[in-house]
Ligand binder design. Structure first.
Ligand SMILES: Cc1ncc(COP(=O)(O)O)c(C=O)c1O
Length: 379
């Protein structure tokens, strides 16, 4: 059997990883400045993470959601404390798309409405409803398309108001990323988010914050939207939550009523996933990683801001978009093949996306800064 060929692959085969570095099968070392798509939050193979998972393997790896699982309770407790959302309830699942799928469904169960408002540039995952609110026609199959999903322009308050004026009574939820990642690190204005919140309250519409990429400390806040002082009805998370172990979560405001069977999953909240997610929170707290994300992000921006060919830098914490005066693909492959540094791109071809681990060290950022300087000066 062959693999279904959907991924354009670099010809690199990593076989070992530690902290912010990877080694391939030829022993070549690479600096990971992309965290495997914003997944590596506490660094590869963090010793605490490794020990906790290994110890759990000796105890129990899985049983279904029909029995008590104290690890789920511990995870919810620690997540509530570190995120400041202690009064929310947690539903555990396996990925970002699944978290959004459940959030959209829960909103619709809650208010009985069926339309969803989403924004240009959005990416919310590839499952049914999640891909319907993703702004990329290439990945929305006919089976996913419906006029119930309404697109509004990013940061455009006038259009938002007009849509609510016309259809507000039918809009079940608004889904928005705390910071758009795939869209090219697009930061919402405080006026935009505040207006969304106001319109949602007025029309009994659920506000869903997709923090799958911008959450878990990446922005220098636990969730990026928290900087803006608004309250979300539902927050979704995944990626950095398990540092590579597949785990997602839906954080649900106490006003939502749970009932037996309303949501469900086979694998969500399994013992290994919980241990991985608890280890991530422990490390984030004990090593002050949110503070480090703020500090290192600021340092990188200050060091690179005057480099040639950079048009603008869009950044919160360690979620960094470097907008070049051209397509970034040459710079990206130069960084990878000549300097052994992984970076990312985005739907905006000019934007180089930088998402290092939250415990990145200054000397590691200096490797990236030096390499980027060389590459940009030689364009
Ligand atoms: C903002 C956002 N939401 C949802 C997803 C989907 O997450 P997953 O790939 O875990 O389903 C992603 C993945 O890139 C994302 O960036």
């Amino acid at each position: 059997m062959n693999l279904f060929n959907v991924y354009p692959l670099f010809n690199i085969n990593p076989v070992k990883a530690q902290g912010s570095f990877l080694w391939d099968d030829k022993g070549e070392k690479y600096l990971d400045f992309y965290g495997g798509h914003a997944v590596i939050s506490i660094g590869h193979n963090h010793p605490h993470y490794q020990t906790q998972l290994k110890e759990q393997l000796d105890k129990i790896s899985f049983y279904s959601n029909s029995v008590q699982n104290e690890l789920q309770t511990e995870l919810a407790d620690k997540l509530g404390k570190l995120s400041g959302l202690e009064n929310y309830n947690l539903f555990l699942c396996n990925s970002g798309a699944e978290a959004n799928e459940n959030a959209l469904k829960l909103a619709s169960f809650h208010n009985g409405k069926s339309k969803v408002l989403y924004f240009s540039g959005s990416f919310h995952g590839r499952t049914s409803a999640a891909v319907s609110v993703t702004d990329n026609p290439k990945i929305v199959a006919p089976v996913n398309y419906s006029e119930r999903f309404i697109k509004s322009e990013w940061n455009d308050i006038e259009q938002l108001e007009a849509i609510f004026e016309a259809q507000g009574n039918d809009i079940s939820s608004v889904i928005i990323e705390g910071i758009q990642g795939v869209g090219g690190i697009m930061i919402p204005t405080v006026e935009f988010l505040t207006k969304i919140k106001e319109l949602c309250e007025k029309h009994n519409t659920v506000l869903i914050l997709d923090e799958v990429q911008s959450g878990y400390g990446r922005s220098g806040y636990f969730f990026a939207y928290q900087e803006f002082g608004i309250e979300a009805d539902i927050v979704t998370t995944a990626k950095g939550m398990g540092n590579g172990f597949p785990v997602g979560g839906v954080l649900i405001h106490p006003k939502f009523q749970a009932s037996n069977g309303l949501l469900g999953t086979t694998f969500g909240g399994n013992h290994l996933a919980c241990v991985a997610a608890i280890a991530v929170l422990d490390v984030m707290k004990n090593e002050n990683l949110i503070e480090n994300a703020q500090k290192m992000g600021e340092y990188i921006e200050n060091e690179i801001k005057d480099f040639p060919h950079i048009k603008s830098i869009r950044r919160k914490g360690l979620m960094i978009g470097i907008e070049l005066d051209r397509d970034c693909s040459e710079v990206r492959s130069n960084l990878l093949y000549n300097h052994h540094i992984f970076t990312g791109n985005s739907n905006d071809k000019a934007v180089l996306r930088i998402l290092p681990a939250l415990n990145i060290r200054k000397e590691e950022t200096d490797l990236f800064i030096g390499a980027l300087k060389t590459v940009l000066e030689n364009l």
